[in-house]
Ligand binder design. Structure first.
Ligand code: MN
Length: 444
């Protein structure tokens, strides 16, 4: 590893230990810079005719960021199998290094969201310093009460926060409080709670009482939140429970968040809804009531597929960001959404998938920022349906890649992130250094 100069999102005057050579990225960019200027200037003229300043958009994307999940750096696989690749990370230190590669090239992923107990270490102060030297900070911490750990006193086979067993509920509460304590040491300020609690048979549990148990346990976690923390409730329609799930939808989620208090908000995972549900409307609804806490970006074809962001339905991603940009312009109290990628990579190099997804997410944000809101709102007010729709379509059809590439390059990242990554030979180097990952079942 080489010592590198600091750049955007990195703390100035801090010693860094970035995984890729800045010189190598710069020489990669040198071959592409003339074409980029050409494309950027051409797009700039096109946008100027619409009254849009391209440099202002570039500044907007330069300020945009999305967190990556620590588990996203591994080949998590599906429920059925894991097909590891050589050089895959096997611990949080190696995962951080891979996340640093994603940020170095993309310059939009400065934070990592850790998952416990998967990412447990003995010294979290040292882990925070280690991340900082890699140019990274920590995002929301994620608790895990959807699988049993070796040596655990009580199984989660009856549920966790909503378990019928008091001792199991207490264990789940204590684990979440431990996650908050870890998060404080890492500089995080949010706890994301997703529980797999639910049932597989009609009659298996009392549907009302199980929600009562969840709320009572969640209130104990809520009470342990530091003043400046948020608790993000993640809903999911089904799986692992296939008949009923305790926090199954945005309705259950917002009701729970309202019951818990102002520090509790809802997290929308794009894959956690029934097929064809209007997710952008859910976003608008949650924002309306000050309960839009954050996102897990991914894509879905059938269910909670955890496919790469924008790979199946980039238009939906754009429509979600259209609501978010609208919310940005008309913020309600508490609008500070935590953006995070949540994907499972089984057939790609996870670094490449995160690079590709980060670009798709940033592109959707820029396109949504390009919507002529004056025209859109005027058309809505006049009930001019076609022109309202066209206001969205005109923005969606613009290729914003030159804006993203220019913002990246100016921040020290790569013009072509995937080509630069492949040129770096990073994965082949790691294949020599790291121990191999065993085969086996994937994570959910
Ligand atoms: Mn998720």
């Amino acid at each position: 590893m080489s010592m590198q100069v600091t750049r955007r999102h990195l703390c100035d005057n801090m010693t860094t230990n970035l995984p890729l050579s800045a010189d190598q990225i710069a020489s990669h960019n040198a071959a592409l810079i003339d074409a980029l200027h050409d494309d950027y200037d051409s797009l700039g003229r096109q946008l100027a005719r619409r009254g849009v300043k391209i440099d202002a958009l570039k500044a907007k994307v330069a300020a945009f960021s999305v967190a990556v999940p620590s588990w996203g750096s591994g080949r998590g696989g599906t429920r059925f199998a894991k097909y590891p690749i050589a050089g895959e990370p096997t611990n949080i230190h190696e995962k951080l290094e891979d996340c640093a590669v994603v940020h170095q090239l993309s310059t939009v992923t400065p934070r990592v969201s850790p998952h416990f107990p998967w990412d447990k270490v003995s010294d979290y102060g040292a882990l925070k310093d280690e991340a900082a030297a890699l140019g990274l900070g920590f995002d929301a911490v994620n608790s895990n009460t959807f699988q049993d750990q070796p040596g655990q006193a009580h199984s989660y086979n009856t549920g966790s926060l909503a378990s019928t067993l008091e001792a199991t509920r207490q264990q789940a509460v204590e684990h979440n409080i431990e996650c908050i304590e870890i998060g404080r040491k890492l500089g995080s300020n949010a706890l994301t709670v997703w529980v797999g609690d639910g049932t597989n048979f009609p009659g298996q549990q009392d549907l009302g009482a199980s929600l009562d148990r969840y709320l009572e346990a969640a209130a104990q976690i809520y009470a342990a939140l530091p003043a400046d923390w948020r608790m993000l409730l993640e809903h999911k329609m089904f799986e692992p429970a296939f008949y009923s799930t305790v926090i199954s939808d945005w309705g259950s989620s917002i009701l729970a968040a309202q019951e818990l208090g102002p520090k509790a908000q809802c997290l929308v995972d794009l894959g956690h809804h029934a097929p064809n549900v209007n997710i952008e409307q859910i976003v608008a609804r949650l924002h309306r009531f000050g309960k839009l806490g954050g996102f897990h970006f991914n894509d879905s074809k059938y269910g909670d597929d955890d496919l790469d962001s924008g790979s199946i339905n980039p238009h939906q991603l754009f429509l979600v960001f259209n609501e978010l940009v609208e919310a940005e312009l008309h913020p309600r109290q508490g609008f500070n959404p935590a953006y995070m990628i949540d994907q499972s990579h089984n057939v790609t190099d996870p670094i490449e998938s995160m690079l590709s997804s980060a670009e798709a997410i940033a592109a959707a944000y820029v396109k949504a920022s390009l919507v002529d809101r004056e025209t859109l709102h005027a058309a809505q007010a006049a009930n001019d349906t076609m022109m309202a729709f066209q206001a969205l379509r005109r923005a969606y059809n613009i290729d914003v890649a030159p804006i993203l590439a220019m913002a990246r390059m100016e921040a020290g990242g790569a013009i072509d992130v995937l080509a630069a990554y492949r040129d770096s030979g990073y994965r082949a180097r790691k294949a020599q250094e790291r121990k191999s990952v065993g085969v086996g079942a994937g994570i959910v």
